[in-house]
Every structure is written in C-alpha cells, then in structure tokens.
Design a protein around this ligand. Structure first.
Ligand code: AMP
Ligand code: GLY
Length: 436
C-alpha cells in the first residue's frame, strides 16, 4: 500500500513512523514533510499542507491508496472533501465535521444543544454588547476566545476588566486575529488538571486512545507564554478508569452521536481537550485531528497496525476492531529554538544525530528541521527550520524510566540556543503514578 501524509511537523513524523511499521506499507510519501521525515518517506516540500489543489494534483501523480490529512487548516478548508471527489480514500474528517475545531461558536452550540459538559458561555459579534456582558458578570478570570483557528493563540484568559475589555477590542475592533476573531466566545473560567484524549471514530463508533498530558507553557513550572506544546507524557495518571468511564458516557459517545445526528459524521481522529474540574470532566476544546505533541507519545504505545485502523475508519467498521495498547509509559521532551514562541533564529546545525536524524534508544521526531542541501557533502547535516525543532521521545516500563531515557538523549543533542523544559512529567510523578 502507498500512503501520502499531509503535513510536516513532529506529529506527522510520529504518524509516518507508525505507518512505516505496518507490513502492508510499500511506499510512504509526505507533503511537505521535513528533514527527519525524509529518512522514511519521499518528501514533496513543493506542496504546502494548505495547498488543496496542489495536493490533489500530487495525489493524481503519486496515486496513493490513502491520503492521511494530519493538520487542522487543510481539514477545516475541505481538503478531504476535494480528495474524495477526486477518487482518493482518506483519513481525516470532511469540512462539515472539521468545523468542530474550525468554529468554537459551532462546537459550543453543539455542546449546549446536546448537554455535553463544558464551560458556560455567550457568543458576540458586537464589541459593546460583549463589554456590557463582561461588566455585568464581573467575575475574573474570564476566558475570551476567537471563533476560528488562530494557531493556538486565540484564547485570552483575562485577569481583570481592563484585560477583558482589551481582549474583546483586539478581536472584534482591531481585527488582530482577522476573520477568526470576527465572532467571539466569552466563557466561564474552569480549574483542574487538563487531559488530552485522542479518539479514533468512524462516525458511529468511538475508540479512545491512551490519554496524555501536554505541557503548554514555555518554561519550567508552567511559566512563560503558551506554546504549541513543550512536552507530553502518556498515559496521563490523573485520568483514572473512573474518569474514562464518565467521559465515555457524558462526552465521547454524545459528541460522536450529536455529529451524526447533525448530518456531520466525523471520521478520523477526534481530539478531546478536557479539564477535570471538581464538578466533573468538561470539554475545553475539540480538535479535528491528532494533537501535537500528544501524538508523539500516544502512537509509540499503539500495538495494533495503524493502517488496519485507518482502513476500518474509512470502511466504517471500527466497531469490530480490537485496538491494543502497550502498558508502558512514554515521554516526549521538545527541543525548541531559543526565543520560541516569540522571535527565534533558524538554520543552526543540529549536533548529535545520526545520518537518519535519529539517536539510539529514543525516537527523535523532527518538528522543524531540514537537511542541508549541499549534495557534495557525504554526511547529511540537519539544520533547525522552525520554533519547535525536535521531540525527543522514549518508551519505558515506568514514566521515570521514559523521562530518564529522553533527557539522557536531550543532553547529547545540541544546537545553538536550544531551549527545553526540564520538568516534563514532574507533576505526574508527584501524583504518585510511578509507585505502582
Ligand atoms: P483552547 O485553545 O480552547 O484549548 O484553550 C487553550 C488553553 O486555554 C487551554 O488548554 C486551557 O489551558 C486554557 N483554557 C481554555 N478555556 C478555558 C476555560 N474555560 N477555563 C480555564 N482555562 C481555559
Ligand atoms: N497540543 C495541542 C494541540 O495539538 O492542539
């Protein structure tokens, strides 16, 4: 089987690595791909992940059996719809289902209509009405969110009235987030640990994967700006079997059924961003795709062939598939360019990797790298090419063991101004998880 994967980050490297383990796979392609992915898949950097027509043309040329669309933008823009019209099988939701991530106004409305637990909220397009609502509620912190996609930056937690009013103005008046911020959601601030649960669904059946925990802030102790994710662990020890049962009954099944009822069956990977509040689990956000860097710690624990799952989702027979998971733990430490998520430099040489961009005993998932394009050089040289550069990922019997392996490799891998958090998994270990 030939598979084309759309995307070029650490998540896609983890997906392609999992696909490469399948005995069914003969050839893997990626567009655009990246330096690390090129060691296991033929990359097509000339086609950007958001170039829908370009991707359809590439698929016509490569004739893959499946196209795996991994990132949010092409899914929300309808890449799966176009590929299906052109006769290709795909993994990923159509645009009318991807709206679950593409519009928070839609997803909040769906949750309200079907009684799926989430933060209380109101939506606004008129800044005066939004500000009047904030003043009337007079409860802080309060959470202000853009309706549409905003590279993870469209959520502002306002600590007081001035910050809340500024947030509303930046979105509805100043157009800081473009069209994504032309409608906003103002919602109740919730507290509690966060859990990510990715789930396979074919539109009718939902099969949750192993849970995970992201570390979103840039610096140790959850300080600094929000990032795309500085590290992850799986499973998430705070997500007990009891919580899983509650989420299945109150969130996962109702969501998939609601989408089917609305005529928007969701096929692919549905991302549940959950908060375990004192009043029960609540949905913080849905994403219409695998998380990054959650995928990097979840897929190494998958024992079932990902190609078998992809086929079962496409053919809507997930109900009959038994998906097996390892009982080990996995940890991913992200090495980023100094300055990320703000300004940073690229083009720095990465030292400590072998010719395939790997390091023995761990998975090195490349997020933002490229290979130096000097064909006269015998040895491949990897250069930094993004904010998040590498996700150093290890599996072990215990979380402590996985973290030790990952941090051991991190010490040997270097590039100028590399930055990483040194406390990934610390909170989970403190919860006593590894004592079992
Ligand atoms: P989102 O993009 O919706 O996941 O929001 C980004 C981050 O903002 C989440 O991971 C939470 O840490 C935080 N957040 C979002 N909504 C809320 C809320 N209602 N209460 C508290 N924190 C929130
Ligand atoms: N790690 C958060 C996300 O993928 O949206």
């Amino acid at each position: 089987m030939k598979i084309l994967t759309v995307g070029g980050g650490g998540r896609e490297h983890a997906i392609i690595t999992a696909l490469s383990r399948s005995p069914k796979v003969e050839k893997l392609y990626a567009a655009p791909g990246n330096g690390g992915i090129s060691a296991i898949a033929e990359c097509h950097p000339e086609v950007k992940a958001t170039d829908i027509e370009g991707m359809v043309s590439l698929a016509k040329k490569l004739k893959p059996d499946y196209v795996f669309v991994a990132p949010d933008d092409p899914l929300v823009m309808g890449m799966v719809d176009r590929l299906n019209e052109a006769g290709f099988k795909t993994f990923g939701p159509k645009a009318k289902a991807a709206v679950l991530e593409g519009s928070k106004v839609f997803s909040k409305g769906l949750m309200k209509k079907y009684g799926i637990p989430t933060a209380e909220y109101e939506t606004f397009t008129d800044p005066d009405k939004a500000i009047a609502y904030i003043k009337e509620k007079n409860s802080y912190p309060t959470v202000i969110k853009c309706d549409g996609l905003a590279l993870g930056k469209g959520v502002i937690i306002a600590e007081d009235e001035a910050q809340a009013v500024n947030a509303v103005k930046s979105m509805l008046l100043d157009g800081k987030f473009g069209k994504s911020g032309s409608e906003i959601v103002i919602e109740e601030y919730l507290t509690g640990p966060e859990v990510t649960v990715l789930a396979f669904t074919d539109g009718k059946t939902v099969k949750p994967m192993i849970s995970s925990m992201d570390h979103k802030r840039a610096y140790d102790g959850d300080k600094g700006l929000n990032t795309g994710g500085m590290g992850t662990i799986a499973p998430n020890p705070l997500y007990t079997a009891e919580k899983q049962a509650e989420c299945m009954e109150k969130i996962f099944l109702p969501t998939v059924r609601a989408m089917e009822k609305e005529g928007r069956p969701f096929k692919g990977c549905l991302y549940f961003g959950l908060m375990l509040t004192p009043g029960g689990a609540r949905v913080i956000e849905y994403n219409c795709r695998f998380g990054d860097p959650e995928t990097q710690v979840v897929l190494p624990l998958l024992e079932t062939d990902l190609v078998d799952i992809m086929e079962a989702v496409w053919e809507e027979r997930l109900v009959g598939l038994d998906i097996k998971w390892s009982d080990k733990a996995c940890a991913c430490v992200v090495m980023a360019s100094g300055g990320y998520p703000e300004k940073y430099e690229t083009g720095k040489e990465i030292k400590g990797l072998d010719a395939k961009g790997q390091y023995e005993g761990v998975y090195v998932y490349h997020a933002g790298t490229k290979i130096e394009d000097d064909y006269l050089k015998k040895e491949a040289k990897y250069l930094t090419a993004g904010g998040r550069v590498l996700g150093i990922t290890a599996v072990d019997k215990t979380l402590q063991g996985a973290l030790d392996k990952a941090y051991g490799a991190v010490k040997d891998i270097a590039f100028e101004k590399a930055h990483y958090r040194s406390d990934i998994g610390k909170r989970a270990l403190e919860s006593g998880y590894d004592l079992i």
